[in-house]
Design a protein around this ligand. Structure first.
Ligand code: TEU
Ligand code: CA
Length: 538
């Protein structure tokens, strides 16, 4: 499927490069490691790979703090290694999306070093600098996601600078036209090199309110819908002025126009907003001049996909974001793996894999998800994530989903490395190693392959309309359809058996080999069961 809209309904495999495959025995995954595993990735049947940042970085936030946008960190290899990876992936029909972190840089980026040197240098307003209040305190009440004020005092400029994440991740000032141009040049550099698209980090954080108005407090009853962990005071504020500003749109349009100069490239924008996520998704993907799709947080939350919640999300999506094209994920490098987060047993995990392939939208699968991995236990002494260190023990950080990929059941380092890895291999995960599951036709890994193949075999599942979403007790049902076929999908997402009436007409049951049940008329679905049926049109 090498069409130019491969991204629509596509399945994207997310790689966290530090933890995927080490090729040179330093305990850290790298680009050559990914290249060595391309056959495995292709065997999953995915359309594309999104690689988390591998650019030059002091690694304070493990690559999401970039100090040189145009080069590969030596830890991960070289630009030549990246080109080799790109060529080999393309030869196997796999697209490569890179992760552009444009909202902020590392404090070691030459731009920031220059900007902080004094108040007169040419880059003095490339970052968000502001004077203290008369009493010396920060200019306003904005908070950092990773804890504390969003403002950091700088003793040289005698001013504060803005950071939405770590203090070592100063926020770029998008109100400055030179900053926008410089970042578009970065995007062009990678497009010229041949990447197929961008996963764009935190696109709703690009602009801030120029007047630096205080954020209002969030009403008590809204403080539970969270992106950040509950213990984080960040949840108590409505980030009205520190993110999701109207100016973002014009920049996204510039980025899209640039991308459209090239054939078949796609922009996937990450929008984290607990209050207005779907609305913003609507704004950012509407028409064909902004993002191709937005990465949604709705299924990355603590609350699971009950029939009620899932229907609610799609109703909201339709109401607030009409033609938006979502990209769903259950797991990623920032959240507890979903099998643990939602406490899914084997059957439910399999059912969720199929559900993901049936829902309208593109889908991201996070490395190890296809093995059914649980969150790994990482003891405090081994913790690497500064976010986890800050809020331990109420929140344990993001290391439990970042432990090394498990390739080989018998190997002490799971086939990931010959050295001690940067995070410990989880002993509990050995039984789910790739080599173990590969050999068993009924394994989770092979189940995922069949689920992905199902989507590719039925264009209605990938790109068709989604109609008639209905909640019958704990059963969620809906229809996917295009010009040629209709697919009826029903999933029992509850803990108990439930009954419902199959739609009239002559349908063919499909997907039993995935674990669904056959039936007619009034059928009962047990917990974690589902049924898929299709019929040709006209
Ligand atoms: O994440 C953005 C984001 O909103 C996360 O901070 C999220 O709220 C948190 O991790 C939930 O646990 C992106 C990247 O995915 C993340 O890895 C980076 O740390 C962050 O941006 C800063 O670049
Ligand atoms: Ca390495």
């Amino acid at each position: 499927k090498l069409s130019s809209d491969w991204w629509r309904g596509g399945v994207i495999y997310q790689i966290y490069p530090r933890s995927f495959q080490d090729s040179n025995g330093d305990g850290i995954g790298d680009l050559k490691g990914i290249t060595a595993r391309l056959d495995y990735i292709a065997s999953l049947g995915v359309d594309a790979i999104w690689i988390s940042p591998f650019f030059k970085s002091p690694m304070k936030d493990f690559g999401y703090d970039v100090s040189d946008y145009r080069n590969v960190d030596p830890m991960f290899g070289s630009l030549a290694d990246f080109k080799e990876l790109l060529d080999q992936a393309h030869a196997k029909g796999l697209r490569i999306m890179i992760d552009l972190v444009l909202s902020h840089t590392s404090d070691q980026h030459p731009w920031f070093i220059e900007s902080r040197s004094n108040r007169e240098n040419p880059k003095s307003d490339w970052y968000v600098w502001a004077d203290p209040k008369p009493d010396g305190t920060p200019p306003n009440n904005w908070l950092s996601i990773f804890g504390g004020s969003a403002w950091q005092w700088d003793a040289r400029r005698l001013q504060y600078y803005l950071h939405n994440f770590l203090t070592s991740q100063p926020d770029l000032n998008f109100h400055c036209p030179d900053v926008q141009d410089a970042l578009l040049d970065v995007a062009r550099f990678w497009l010229d090199l041949g990447v197929d698209g961008f996963r764009l980090d935190t696109i709703n954080f690009y602009f801030h309110d120029k007047a630096l108005r205080d954020n209002p407090a969030l009403p008590m009853d809204q403080r539970n819908a969270t992106i950040a962990p509950a213990v984080n005071p960040y949840n108590h504020q409505d980030h009205l002025f520190s993110k999701s500003q109207p100016e973002n749109i014009a920049f996204l349009e510039r980025l899209r126009a640039l991308t459209d100069e090239y054939e078949g490239r796609a922009c996937l924008g990450e929008v984290g907003d607990a209050q207005r996520g779907l609305e913003i998704m609507g704004e950012y993907t509407s028409g064909d001049k902004r993002m191709h799709m937005c990465y949604a947080f709705e299924f990355l939350e603590k609350r699971s996909l009950t029939a009620t919640y899932t229907k609610h999300v799609f109703d909201q999506l339709e109401a607030k974001a009409g033609d938006a094209w979502p990209c769903w994920a259950f797991s990623n490098h920032d959240v507890q793996r979903h099998v643990s987060r939602w406490n899914l047993d084997d059957a439910a995990a399999r059912q969720h894999a199929v559900l993901m392939m049936c829902l309208r939208g593109s889908a991201c699968l996070y490395q190890g998800e296809e093995l059914g991995l649980h969150e790994a236990d990482v003891p405090f002494e081994k913790l690497q994530d500064p976010y986890g260190i800050e809020f331990w023990p109420e929140y344990k950080g993001r290391d439990g989903c970042r432990t090394p990929m498990v390739w080989a059941a018998q190997d002490e380092q799971s086939g990931f490395s010959t050295a001690e890895p940067w995070l410990p291999v989880s002993a509990q995960q050995a039984g789910q190693a790739v080599d173990r599951l590969e050999a068993d036709p009924s394994s989770m890994l092979n189940h995922y392959r069949r689920a992905i193949a199902l989507r590719h075999a039925h264009p209605a599942l990938a790109t068709g309309a989604q109609t008639g979403m209905t909640e019958t007790g704990s059963i969620l049902s809906f229809v996917r359809e295009d010009l040629h076929e209709q697919i009826f999908c029903a999933f029992n997402l509850g803990m108990d058996s439930a009954a419902f009436n199959l739609p009239e007409g002559s349908w063919q049951v499909m997907g039993q080999d995935l674990g669904g049940v056959e039936g007619s008329g009034n059928v009962v679905l047990n917990a974690a069961q589902f049924i898929l049926m299709y019929r040709k049109k006209g």
